[in-house]
Design a protein around this ligand. Sequence first.
Ligand SMILES: C[S@@+](CC[C@H](N)C(=O)[O-])C[C@H]1O[C@@H](n2cnc3c(N)ncnc32)[C@H](O)[C@@H]1O
Length: 271
Amino acid sequence: MKDIVENRQRISLGKKVKIALLALRENGIVWTVCLAVYYACSAIATKAFARMDALRRKNQLPGLNSAAMNKLIWESWDWGAGGEEWSPSPEWKQSVIDCVLKKHVNKGDRVLEIGPGGGRWTEELLNLAESLKGADISASCVEACQQRFADAGNAEFFVSSGRDLEGAEDDSIDSLWSFDVFVHINKPELEAYAGEFVRVLKSGGKGVLHHGTVGGEKGGWRSNVTIEDMTRILTDAGLEVKEQFQTWEDDKGTEFEAGLYQDAITVFVKK
Ligand SMILES: C[S@@+](CC[C@H](N)C(=O)[O-])C[C@H]1O[C@@H](n2cnc3c(N)ncnc32)[C@H](O)[C@@H]1O
């Protein structure tokens, strides 16, 4: 029932009045008033979003994606669902595990997860990892993971500044994993992180980052990072980008997407 607001221009105002009268005859007054409210509010919301996006670009505003804003939002989040509210289906989650996570994170790796949140991917990472460190800007996420994985024995979680990996030693990590996190992180923090990836990864160590590609113009609280920014920032830091993809197929040939807002996954290595 929800429509694409931009497509409404394809019907003239006169015809829209006719449609409204027919809708009234066929559906009654309450339904038609709700339709009018929906049309008006969604049109205003779409215009407001376009204006926010334009202002953010023109004045280089952080939008909802500064480190301070991320900290406040994610410390306010109810983590009761453990992050599963972002998994569109159990099949999609399993495909991320089978086709992305297990392809790049090896058994016995020393793993660093950035932004574990409620631990949606941490459980699977812990099955593979010799040891796991989880760095999150939100103290409530760190507490949630410390409780959830208290019995793991090989996991350690710490609160980070949102731009560094202070709790991880130099040249100590085989694989970095971060899903649904860099979609929310703006360019200055990504640049700072890229230097940290170089510092903490062992030579030949690998990173897997899920991120936005269009600088936030499709919504979803995405940051100002584009796919070109991601490639440039990692490359400038001295990392080698190996793969970038937005979809993948499982062994039955079913195609899955990285996210709802033209998100992508970048795989890189430290040379
Ligand atoms: C949408 S949640 C995703 C959580 C988890 N990775 C998942 O996929 O379920 C975003 C997570 O990123 C964390 N985060 C946001 N900005 C961050 C930053 N600059 N550095 C580290 N963690 C950050 C948040 O605290 C939150 O845990």
